[in-house]
Write a new protein. Structure first.
Length: 560
């Protein structure tokens, strides 16, 4: 973000910028200082795991509900039209919030099965809802400043980035609280990505370091030209336990966006609380045992045909394994290679796929869920009609053909019955707190769901999914009751979770990308590491006992 900012604003050596990042679901703050050759991260980043645009959207929805005497929350959820209508209302609330960036007031249309209405919302009303939460962000920013041994007088300006920083009130509150000039990034949503791209371009353009000779003293790593390996920097003070693994994510994002004007380095800050530990198994959730068992055979890389294709997700079914690439192409893979099923333009934005027993596919995309049979694609779940967002999640099929899909934009999991009916299986629309797998013993519709990375129906009929926001592996049984199988605590799964697969013996396999492992979750709740694979994010198993993984940007196969 700082690098992107310097394209349009001159900074003097010694200037300190406070980066204020208010996005869709989280808030982060950090300080960077301009030196003669680079930017450096100073102090401890601060942040809030659940504060951003989604919370402001929820506040608008609550305003609408109050204006209609509770009609939104009281709507009959047994009516199949209620769920899509409520989802569509959430979209209208978000649009109203965005409209008030430039307008003084707006009207929110409400179209529930038993109620058609309009609710007026003014900018002062929205600001009254949001202002208390913005005060929390400025306090976090002040903590970041103090951790650097500075006062606000030592900060030259506050750089506002993130989509929610577009609200006029944000700059006003920050400027009043800090006494510093608040500068909105030219492209708040893209500031960090733009800065990272500039760093990458400079690294690619820089000449390789000259070879050292006996008469020349090599330059220290920080001053070497070209790409620099990540440098581990000890924080000035111990990381706060409440930040947990999120502290690394904050620092990595800031480190990816700060660099050198002429010579650029990458800084990754790692706190002591990010060490991976192992917890003993319990009756409700478990973590991998200390001893690990690698897959019995060495993994074999499966060629996708085109070197430009990068695998993003795996799906398995009756006749094999399918791969969805980052470009949206879908391929079926086998021991002999890959066969194209869909091109990148056939279903725009294809993200996840699952295979039915007869070999047909279901594919999720921003437009909805498509069935692919005999080379023809048919839309079977229209995202717009169902009130789904534009962030497609994993899909799954049960033995009777019912379809399940994660609507990651709205933090929920939906079920489409074979009769076309639509129902909510999991997700209250609220994002869970990091490290908190709350809701065990409750119905799935009442729990908080973050971003789903893996989804399947196991042999017991449970809906099992990985939630990257907690992170955890969770299950909802046939009675609709929630249980946490892995994570939600301090064990290895607390770092990250990825894809899911059903093993040949009916147990579950989960990919843990940050740990670089695949674990088996037994029917008795015990967890065992069965394979190690750097960055393992996708996992699938075929009936012949072959383990398929996405690891290191490649698809691999090995025998279990």
């Amino acid at each position: 973000a700082a690098v992107s900012h310097t394209r349009e604003h001159q900074l003097a050596v010694g200037d300190v910028i406070a980066v204020y990042d208010l996005g869709g679901g989280t808030f982060d703050a950090a300080l960077v200082r301009r030196t003669a050759t680079r930017f450096e991260l100073i102090g401890n980043p601060e942040g809030m795991d659940r504060l951003g645009g989604i919370d402001f959207d929820q506040a608008v929805l609550a305003h609408v509900d109050r204006a209609l005497a509770g009609a939104v929350t009281a709507a009959d959820r047994s009516d199949p039209a209620t769920l899509p209508a409520q989802a569509a209302l959430r979209v209208q609330c978000r649009r109203a919030k965005e409209a008030l960036t430039g307008a003084a007031d707006t009207t929110i249309p409400v179209a529930l099965p038993a109620l058609q209405a309009e609710v007026r919302l003014t900018r002062p009303e929205l600001e009254a809802m949001v202002r208390p939460r913005l005060a929390d962000t400025t306090r976090a920013l002040e903590r970041a400043v103090r951790s650097a041994g500075l006062t606000m007088d030592g900060v030259s300006r506050v750089l506002l980035v993130g989509s929610s920083s577009l609200m006029p009130l944000v700059g006003e509150v920050v400027q009043q609280a800090t006494g510093r000039t608040a500068v909105l990034a030219a492209q708040p949503k893209l500031a960090i990505a733009t800065g990272a791209a500039l760093i990458g371009a400079t690294q690619l353009a820089a000449p390789a370091p000259a070879a050292a000779t006996a008469s020349v003293t090599p330059s220290p790593p920080a001053a070497a030209a070209g790409w620099q390996a990540p440098v581990k920097v000890a924080p000035p003070e111990p990381a706060k336990p409440r930040r947990g693994h999120r502290r690394t994510a904050i620092a990595a994002a800031i480190g990816a966006a700060v660099g050198v004007a002429a010579v650029i380095g990458v800084v990754v800050l790692t706190g002591g609380d990010d060490t991976i530990t192992t917890s003993a198994p319990s009756t409700t959730r478990s973590d991998p045992a200390a001893s690990t068992t690698a897959a019995p055979t060495s993994p074999v890389v499966v060629a996708l045909g085109d070197p430009a294709l990068v695998p993003a997700s795996l799906g398995a079914g009756g006749t094999g394994v399918v791969v969805v690439t980052t470009s949206g192409a879908v391929l079926q893979v086998s021991a002999t290679g890959a066969t194209p099923v869909l091109g990148a333009d056939d279903i725009t934005g294809a993200a996840f796929a699952a295979m039915s027993a007869d070999g047909s596919l279901v594919v999720s995309a921003p437009s909805g869920v498509w069935e692919v049979r005999d080379g023809a694609a048919t839309l079977v779940l229209d995202a717009a009609a169902a009130g789904m967002g534009a962030t497609p999640g994993p899909v799954a099929l049960d033995p009777t053909g019912n379809l399940y899909v994660a609507d990651n934009a709205n933090h929920r999991i939906l079920r489409r019955g074979t009769d076309g009916s639509l129902s909510l299986v999991a997700g209250s629309g609220v994002v869970p707190l990091a490290g908190r797998a709350d809701g065990d013993g409750q119905r799935g519709e009442t729990i908080a769901v973050g971003t789903v990375a893996g989804l399947l129906i196991d042999r017991a009929g449970r809906l099992v999914f990985t939630d990257t926001a907690i992170p955890a592996v969770r299950a909802i049984d046939s009675a609709g009751i929630t249980a946490t199988l892995l994570g939600g605590d301090t064990g290895p799964a607390a770092t990250a979770v990825g894809g899911l697969a059903l093993n040949t013996d009916g147990t579950l396999l989960a990919a843990l990308p940050a740990v670089g492992a695949v674990v088996r979750i037994g029917n008795d709740g015990t967890v065992t590491t069965i394979a190690t694979a750097p960055g393992a994010s996708g996992v699938a198993v075929t009936a012949d006992g072959t383990l398929w993984l996405i690891s290191g940007g490649q698809v691999t196969r090995s025998a279990l």
